[in-house]
Design a protein around this ligand. Sequence first.
Ligand SMILES: Cc1cc2nc3c(=O)[nH]c(=O)nc-3n(C[C@H](O)[C@H](O)[C@H](O)COP(=O)(O)OP(=O)(O)OC[C@H]3O[C@@H](n4cnc5c(N)ncnc54)[C@H](O)[C@@H]3O)c2cc1C
Length: 227
Amino acid sequence: MASLAGELSRGPSRSAWLTARAKNAVGRPTFIAIVGGGITGALVAHAFAEANVSVALIEGGLVGCGSTAASSALLLQEPDLGLHELRQRYGTIASRRLWRLSQEAARKLIALLQRLDIRCDLVPRDTIYYALRGQGHEQLTREFELRTREGFHARWLSPGRLRATTGIPGRGAILTRGGAQFDPYRACCGLIRAASDSGAQIFERTPVRRIDARRDRVKLHTRPRTP
Ligand SMILES: Cc1cc2nc3c(=O)[nH]c(=O)nc-3n(C[C@H](O)[C@H](O)[C@H](O)COP(=O)(O)OP(=O)(O)OC[C@H]3O[C@@H](n4cnc5c(N)ncnc54)[C@H](O)[C@@H]3O)c2cc1C
């Protein structure tokens, strides 16, 4: 399957579905079936394949061409909500855990892309949360104090420092290290190639039309699209 994934990584003009290997593999029983070949499916397929679990990934169109290709490509350590908001919503312990898991996920994804030597223009990026006005500034200071108290990395940027670093005329900012930026499409194709190298079956242009779940098995009904 290595050459199949090799074709995937070259881009949408070469369809893996049209290869004989892909056709031959249809119908083989598998322990895990993943529907969708975006970055999520690619990561999950790779994790199972690398752990020697039989896995098939089924993509209705072309891998990496869903919202993965539309992403702004920022890998942020912070969840979408600040630590303070998370704490208000879920309490101290859960918010701390969410924050830790989010940091760990970003770290692990960077390490995985590096370990697999996936060429996706991966570069480290700091993130900056800034406030332009009074109320935002108060929230930001509160967030900074909480993150520091909880032992999470955060550096405060004064207005002068913020302007010198970014050109933004704000009232202050939190700088966080450990983020990254990469080409999500190439990362996705690289992960799928690595999954395939480890034994995953990959199918493109194969929409899953129906899923029958029974006690002892799950059957996916697909209909290959004509190219
Ligand atoms: C404009 C924009 C900017 C973004 N910026 C960022 C960012 O900077 N940082 C960040 O972390 N996230 C960002 N995101 C979010 C990020 O892109 C998504 O969270 C991520 O790509 C989702 O990946 P996915 O694999 O879950 O979904 P997708 O990439 O959408 O993959 C799902 C796949 O499933 C396939 N599929 C669906 N149904 C079937 C079926 N029945 N049978 C077979 N296949 C099927 C689809 O064809 C598709 O390829 C952004 C999103 C958008 C839209």
